[in-house]
Design a protein around this ligand. Structure first.
Ligand SMILES: NC(=O)c1ccc[n+]([C@@H]2O[C@H](COP(=O)([O-])OP(=O)(O)OC[C@H]3O[C@@H](n4cnc5c(N)ncnc54)[C@H](O)[C@@H]3O)[C@@H](O)[C@H]2O)c1
Length: 257
């Protein structure tokens, strides 16, 4: 699908990978509905994207009404929804057992609700809009890109909920792509390694340094959000990507901690 003239919703667009993706897709000619809980931080997109091709939608990916309202607004303002990129996520961590206390169920439920259920909520509601599009010359009506993580299969200490949520995203990729293929909609997930965003800024410096020095193969640095955004653009423009999860991690292999 050519990006120029298309309409994309990008969740988690106030920060990190989502922010860079919103900017990258806009630079390639798409109109953007930026969706995030953090309405104030999302305002920074006004400095990067032509206001005629930017809508800011505040809300939670876990909320049917918030996501539905954003998609309805996209159809009203831009006439269609062609692309959905799921970047909203949280990385709350806890050990399964620590100092005699079990993993707090509230933390588990929050991470699963946002990372997994939230991603699926956006997918299912966006698919309804995409199915209304007139197919292009390839028969394509829409593209959905999700964010999994290397933690899906190599989670570290404290990442039970996060890893489960990201394995869930990887797991849903094939069946959802199978469900949506008859509608001309592709579904691809990206499993990033360690990227330099606010999420990682919350980790202790010795932890990120240890990951870069011991676990990242080459190049020895964190990923740049623009590198993630570039892969999203490639997936959208190359119609032969479908039903798979692609690692973007400089060959990283995570160890226990
Ligand atoms: N940074 C990394 O190293 C890394 C690695 C692997 C996967 N990921 C995944 O990439 C995605 C983006 O992460 P990031 O590094 O850009 O983090 P980030 O913290 O910079 O951005 C995440 C954004 O999601 C938003 N968000 C959180 N809960 C939300 C909700 N309920 N509804 C709407 N928006 C919500 C936040 O407000 C924030 O703007 C996440 O899914 C994360 O798990 C990141």
């Amino acid at each position: 699908m050519k990006l120029a003239g298309k309409v994309a919703i990008v969740t988690g667009a106030a920060s990190g990978l989502g922010f860079a993706t919103a900017c990258g897709l806009a630079a390639a000619g798409a109109s953007i509905a930026a969706f995030d809980l953090d309405a104030e931080r999302m305002e920074r997109l006004h400095d990067e994207i032509d206001p005629a091709r930017l809508m800011l939608c505040a809300g939670s990916v876990t909320d049917e009404a918030d996501v539905g309202a954003a998609l309805d607004a996209m159809v009203r303002h831009y006439g269609a929804v062609h692309i959905a990129v799921n970047c909203a996520g949280v990385a709350d961590a806890a050990k399964t057992l620590a100092k005699g206390e079990p993993f707090p169920l509230a933390v588990w439920n929050k991470v699963i609700a946002i990372n997994l259920t939230g991603t699926f909520n956006v997918i299912r509601l966006a698919a309804v809009k995409m199915a209304d599009n007139v197919p292009d010359e390839e028969g394509e009506r829409g593209v959905i890109v999700n964010t999994s993580s290397g933690a899906a299969w190599q989670g570290q200490i404290g990442q039970a909920a996060y890893s489960a949520s990201k394995a869930g995203v990887m797991g849903l990729t094939l069946p959802v792509a199978r469900d949506l293929a008859p509608h001309g909609i592709r579904v691809v997930s990206i499993a990033p390694g360690l990227f330099d965003t606010s999420m990682v800024a919350g980790m202790p410096e010795h932890v990120t340094r240890s990951i870069i020095e011991r676990m990242v193969l080459f190049p020895h640095r964190m990923g740049r959000a623009e590198e993630f955004a570039a892969l999203v653009g490639t997936i959208i423009e190359n119609v032969y990507f479908n039903a798979t999860t692609i690692s973007l991690d400089a060959g990283a292999r995570m160890s226990v901690r």
